[in-house]
Design a protein around this ligand. Structure first.
Ligand code: UD1
Length: 341
């Protein structure tokens, strides 16, 4: 019989792409999601793409009854935990909300896991835990200094530490935290993709909305960085590569002892202007830009050393920046309003 995995936040951007890959690989899937930043339409399309059904519990991870239902009635044997708030700006104005959902939600999930004797977990962390690396520090290995620079980043590091403390406190926990660099793109079918509510904060969704005419132009935050063209450098990786990273991690869990962290990145850094050019090529649209000052708290350059994940998880990002932009454009042009209201 297939094993069942519980995916918290499974209707979201990375969650939905991961569910497609899980179902395709033969896992049974239960999603718990409160739909606060996602749509049930995403889950409908996940099932259509995979040609299989998943089970859905509407609720958040602070909801004990919803978690009990997932573990008792559905019999999940492992968990992938995506459910979290993820906007840096909002985290500065609402730290209580961010700690409640991201840290409190994880506490609630771990308590339920222990109660149901489920100790296998893949946690959705972020390269935000590295903060603004010192000049010359990239590519960043997992051993690089951890110094997040905003409340969102603090909650991710706080959960990483909580997971380590828990795994050290009692035998049996098998936990992998995955530090994503900049997930972007969409499923190659164009049926699921990133659908942020309100004005997007991140670069790829902002570019896509400018290309499709929902935003008048791209605001370029800073052209005075000490980089090859003056704009900041990041490591963008295709969301389907992120999804397969979770599959590899899940496959690996039975051999894990305690808790370990892995980077998921490509190992290549590109500038804002290089991404802009790739989106122009993919969309065929002339995008207008306006140069603004640096966004407070932004790092100059952040890219991964992904070799540990390759060595231990047999995972490597396979898709290029052009793949990211072509797939993101297929999704955005076919679904200019995302999943609709
Ligand atoms: C941001 C978050 C990070 C989070 C990640 C998720 C900050 C400081 N960090 O990272 O915690 O984990 O998203 O993917 O917000 N840019 C523009 N114009 C735009 C949008 C972005 O020029 O309209 C630039 C930014 O200044 C940055 C680059 O594009 O240099 C990437 O920005 P973004 O997509 O927000 O990612 P990060 O800043 O890496």
């Amino acid at each position: 019989m297939a094993e069942r995995v519980l995916v918290t936040g499974g209707a979201g951007f990375i969650g939905s792409h991961t569910c497609v890959e899980l179902l395709a690989a033969g896992w049974d899937v239960t999603v718990i999601d409160d739909l606060s930043n996602s749509s049930p339409e995403a889950l409908r399309r996940v099932q259509e793409l995979a040609g299989r059904e998943l089970r859905f519990v509407e609720g958040d991870v602070l909801d004990e009854a919803a978690l009990k239902q997932a573990f008792d009635e559905h019999g999940c044997s492992a968990v992938i935990h995506f459910a979290a708030k993820k906007m840096v700006g909002e985290s500065c104005s609402d730290p209580l909300g961010y700690y409640r959902t991201n840290v409190g939600g994880t506490l609630s999930l771990l308590t339920a896991m222990r109660r149901h004797d489920v100790r296998r977990l893949v946690f959705s962390s972020s390269a935000t835990v590295y903060g603004d690396p010192a000049p010359g520090a990239c590519p960043l290995a997992e051993s690089a200094p951890l110094r997040p620079s905003n409340p969102y980043g603090h909650t991710k590091l706080c959960v990483e530490r909580l997971l380590r403390d828990l795994a050290a406190s009692e035998d049996g926990w098998q936990i992998l935290s995955l530090r994503y660099f900049n997930p972007a793109g969409a499923h190659p079918s164009g049926r699921i993709g990133e659908a942020p509510r309100g004005v997007p904060e991140n670069l790829l969704p902002s570019l896509m909305q400018a290309a499709v005419g929902r935003l008048p132009q791209l605001r370029v935050f800073g052209t005075d960085y000490p980089t090859r063209d003056g704009t900041a450098i990041r490591d963008y990786l295709h969301v389907v590569d992120v999804a397969t990273g979770h599959l590899r991690a899940l496959d690996r869990l039975p051999e894990v002892e305690g808790c370990t962290e892995y980077n998921l990145g490509t190992g290549r850094g590109v500038t804002v202007f290089e991404v802009l050019e790739a989106v122009r090529r993919a969309s065929g649209r002339e995008l207008s830009t306006v140069v603004e000052g640096r966004r407070p708290g932004d790092a100059t350059a952040v890219w991964a050393d992904p070799s540990l994940a390759e060595q231990d998880l047999a995972w490597k990002a396979e898709r290029s920046l052009d793949d990211i932009c072509v797939d993101a454009w297929r999704w955005q042009s076919a679904n200019p309003e995302g999943y609709g209201s």
